[in-house]
Ligand binder design. Structure first.
Ligand code: SAH
Length: 249
């Protein structure tokens, strides 16, 4: 999912900010950086220093003359805006955006562009109108504009959180597969084996059962054993039977 997310910066004027964006992206596992008509040099001492070890993202960044060119292959474009604009457009929060990402990134050709504006004037209305939706980081209404790299950091963090929870769900499903519960037949086989072993070691007398097997059944059924646990218990029974056999005079 993360490899399908492109960060697009339009008309950035400070190399340090581009470096800061590269660092924020690499921290969150994003790597696709596209620069539209940057108003400064990209690889400078300042950008490399602010990238703090993520300067490979600067070297592999693509440079485009226009927004259209940078997002030509994208199936969703979302513009990040600090201010509300005259023409109402669908506005979402970073979290709402991130929640949409797993399904947006699913199709084979999916590519999502997250578009950020100039430090001094943001995105133009024409640029915002090329986006499907606008994402606004909820901020103090009297001081709403974040530093460019900070804005990318917040949105990239939400992308990562959405990706992590998707990974969590996938690995839980995987674990559930590995730790499948024992079936009815497996449990019944176990109870038969248990009874045989308990008789062999003379713990259980079928002539005087005293509800022993019923009580043990209740105990094991309450535990909802997994297949693998059932195998361990069966192994213990076999070893017990073998030890009892060897002790016979
Ligand atoms: N002074 C500009 C904002 C520049 S900040 C203005 O008034 O529009 C540079 C970029 O960071 C913005 O274009 C936007 O893409 C992003 N950004 C800053 N603050 C943001 C916020 N609160 N929500 C969403 N994006 C924000």
């Amino acid at each position: 999912m993360l490899e399908r997310i492109r960060i697009v910066l339009i008309g950035t004027s400070h190399p340090g900010n581009i470096g800061g964006v590269a660092r924020a992206m690499h921290n969150m596992g994003l790597a696709d950086l596209a620069l539209v008509a940057p108003r400064c040099e990209v690889i400078t001492q300042d950008s490399i220093s602010r990238a703090s070890g993520a300067d490979h993202l600067l070297h592999q960044a693509t440079v485009h003359p226009t927004l259209e060119d940078a997002v030509a292959d994208c199936t969703l474009a979302v513009g990040a805006s600090a201010r509300s604009r005259t023409l109402p457009w669908p506005i979402i929060s970073p979290r709402e955006l991130a929640e949409r990402l797993p399904s947006e990134c699913q199709p084979q050709n999916a590519r999502v562009a997250l578009v950020f504006g100039r430090e001094d004037s943001g995105l133009t209305n024409a640029e915002l109108q090329r986006c499907h939706a606008h994402v606004h980081i909820p901020t103090n209404a009297d001081f709403s504009s974040l530093n460019l790299a900070a804005a990318v950091q917040v949105i990239a963090y939400e992308c990562r959180m959405a990706w992590l929870s998707q990974e969590d769900t996938a690995s839980t499903a995987q674990e559930e597969g590995d730790d499948a519960l024992a079936t009815h037949v497996e449990l019944e086989r176990y109870f038969e084996h248990l009874e045989r072993a308990l008789i062999a070691i003379e713990f259980h007398d079928p002539a005087q059962p005293r509800q022993l097997m019923a009580r043990l059944r209740r105990l094991y059924l309450r535990a909802r054993p997994e297949k693998m646990e059932m195998n361990i218990l069966r192994g213990i029974l076999s070893a017990t039977e073998k030890a009892a056999d060897q002790r016979q005079p």
